[in-house]
Write a protein that binds this ligand. Structure first.
Ligand code: AMP
Ligand code: GLY
Length: 422
C-alpha cells in the first residue's frame, strides 16, 4: 500500500515512524514533511493546503490512502475535495469532511453540538457584532475569570482568559471588531472551569471507535506552567489520574454521545477526534474538540500503540473498527520539545542541529527541521520532540532529558519540568 501523510511537524513524523513499521506499507510519502520524515519516506515539496497539487501527487505516485495531519486542510474541505473528484473519490482520506471538521473549525458549532447531546462542557453564550453590547452586559453578570474564545481557527491564539471585567468587555469588542480576523467575528463567552487538563484521542469510522492512550501536554513556555501559550512543550502518557473509573466516565459521558451525535446529525466521520478535557473534581468536561491528533501528544501516544497502524487505518477507511481491539504498551512515554530561542515570539531559523546521530534510547521526532544537503537545520519554533519509553515517568523523562542535552543548536530552549504536576 502507498500512503501519503499531509503535514510537516512532529505529529507527522510520529505518524510516519509508526506507519513505516507496518508490513502493509509499500511506499510512504509525506507532503511537505521535514528532515525527520525524509529518512522514512519520500518528502513531496508541496503545501497541504494546495488541493490541486495534492491531487497530482496522489495520482502520480499511485497513493492508496491519505492521512491528514493538521486541521487547516480538513476545515478547508480536503476530504470533500476528494469525494467530489472522480479520480480521487475511491481513495480513502483519514480525517473528517468539512461538516465534521466544524467540531474544531467553529467553537460555537462545537458548543451547540455538546449542548444538544448533553455532553458536559462549560456554560456559554455566543455573541457577534449586533449583540456585542448584550455580551458586555452578560460579562457583568458572571464571575471572573472571563473566558473569551474566537469562534474560528486562530492558530491556537484565539482564547483569552481575563480577570478584569472592563478588560474583558474591551477585548470582547476588539475580538468582534476583528482582533483575530474573520475567526473572531463570533465570540464564545464561557464559564471558567478549574481542574487539570488532559487529552483523550479516538480513531473512529463514524460508528465504531478505538480509544487511544491518553496524554497530558504542557502548553506554556515557562516552567511551572507560566508565560505564553505555545503549541506544546512536552507531553506524558499515560496520565496517572486517568484511571479506569475516570476513563469510563469519559467514554460514557463524552466519547459515546459524541459519536452518536455525529450519526444523529448525519455527519459521516472517518478520522481522529481529540477531546481536550478538564478534570473537575473527578468529572470530565470538554474544553475543546480537535479533529486531528495532538502535537506533541502524538509523539507519546503513537509509540504506545502496539497494533499495526496501517491495519487500524484500513479498518477506519472500511468501516470495520468495531471489530478491532487495540494493543497498548503499558510503558510510560514522555517527550520534551526543543524549541528555538524566542519562541513563541519571534525566533531565528536555519541553525545547524548537531548530535542527532548520538541519540540513544530515545526517538528524536522532528517538529521544525529541514535538510540542506546532508545537514539538518532548524526550520520552526518547535524543532525536535525527544520521546523516550520508561517503566515510569521518572525513568522515561531521564532518557528524554539526557538526549535533550545531546541534541544541540544555537539558542536551544526547553522546559526542564515536564510532568512536574503529576
Ligand atoms: P482551547 O484553545 O479551547 O484549548 O483553549 C486554550 C486553553 O485555555 C485551554 O487549554 C485551557 O487551558 C484554557 N481554557 C479554555 N477554556 C477554558 C475554560 N472554560 N475554563 C478554564 N480554562 C479554559
Ligand atoms: N497540543 C495541543 C494541540 O495539538 O492542539
Amino acid at each position: 500500500m502507498n500512503i501519503l501523510i499531509l503535514g510537516s511537524g512532529g505529529r507527522e513524523h510520529a505518524l510516519a515512524w509508526k506507519i513505516a513499521q507496518s508490513k502493509k506499507l509499500t511506499r510512504l510519502f509525506i507532503a511537505p514533511g521535514n528532515a525527520g520524515t525524509a529518512a522514512l519516506g519520500t518528502n513531496l515539496d508541496l503545501p497541504a493546503e494546495d488541493f490541486e497539487a495534492v491531487k497530482q501527487a496522489v495520482l502520480e505516485n499511485h497513493i492508496h490512502m491519505v492521512i491528514v495531519g493538521p486541521e487547516a486542510p480538513l476545515v478547508e474541505g480536503i476530504h470533500d475535495f476528494f469525494l467530489d473528484n472522480d479520480d480521487l473519490k475511491e481513495i480513502p482520506v483519514i480525517g473528517p469532511t468539512k461538516a465534521g471538521a466544524r467540531l474544531e473549525g467553529s467553537k460555537d458549532f462545537a458548543k451547540l453540538f455538546m449542548l444538544k447531546f448533553n455532553i458536559p462542557t462549560a456554560d456559554f453564550r455566543t455573541f457577534l457584532d449586533y449583540t456585542m453590547h448584550e455580551g458586555q452586559k452578560y460579562l457583568a453578570t458572571i464571575q471572573p475569570p472571563y473566558v473569551l474564545k474566537a469562534d474560528g481557527l486562530a492558530a491556537g491564539k484565539g482564547v483569552l482568559i481575563l480577570h478584569d471585567l472592563e478588560e474583558a468587555q474591551q477585548e470582547l469588542e476588539n475580538m468582534i471588531s476583528g482582533k483575530f480576523g474573520a475567526a473572531s467575528k463570533k465570540v464564545v463567552v464561557e464559564e471558567f472551569l478549574s481542574g487539570v487538563e488532559l487529552s483523550v484521542f479516538v480513531l473512529t469510522d463514524g460508528k465504531g471507535y478505538v480509544v487511544l492512550p491518553e496524554a497530558k501536554d504542557y502548553k506554556r513556555i515557562g516552567e511551572g506552567d507560566t508565560g505564553l501559550n505555545t503549541g506544546g512543550m512536552g507531553a506524558v502518557s499515560p496520565v496517572p489520574f486517568a484511571d479506569k473509573t475516570f476513563m469510563e466516565k469519559v467514554e460514557k459521558r463524552i466519547i459515546q454521545p459524541t459519536i452518536e451525535g455525529l450519526i444523529s446529525e448525519g455527519i459521516p466521520y472517518r478520522g481522529f477526534i481529540f477531546f481536550g478535557l478538564i478534570n473537575v473534581k473527578g468529572d470530565p468536561y470538554v474544553i475543546e474538540y480537535n479533529v486531528r491528533m495532538g502535537d506533541p501528544e502524538a509523539e507519546v501516544v503513537l509509540p504506545r500503540i502496539k497494533s499495526d497502524f496501517v491495519d487500524l487505518l484500513t479498518a477506519t477507511a472500511e468501516g470495520t473498527l468495531k471489530e478491532v481491539t487495540l494493543e497498548i504498551d503499558p510503558q510510560t512515554v514522555t517527550t520534551v520539545m526543543l524549541v528555538s530561542g524566542g519562541y513563541p515570539g519571534s525566533y531565528e531559523k536555519n541553525k545547524h542541529i548537531s548530535g542527532l546521530e548520538k541519540v540513544d534510547d530515545s526517538i528524536a521526532f522532528h517538529a521544525g527541521t529541514r535538510l540542506a544537503g546532508k545537514e539538518v537545520l532548524t526550520n520552526g519554533g518547535r524543532v525536535i520532540a525527544v520521546s523516550a519509553y520508561g517503566e515510569n515517568m521518572r525513568d522515561a523523562l531521564s532518557k528524554s532529558y539526557k538526549n535533550a542535552e545531546i541534541i544541540d543548536f544555537e539558542k536551544k530552549n526547553y522546559r526542564k519540568d515536564i510532568g512536574f504536576d503529576l
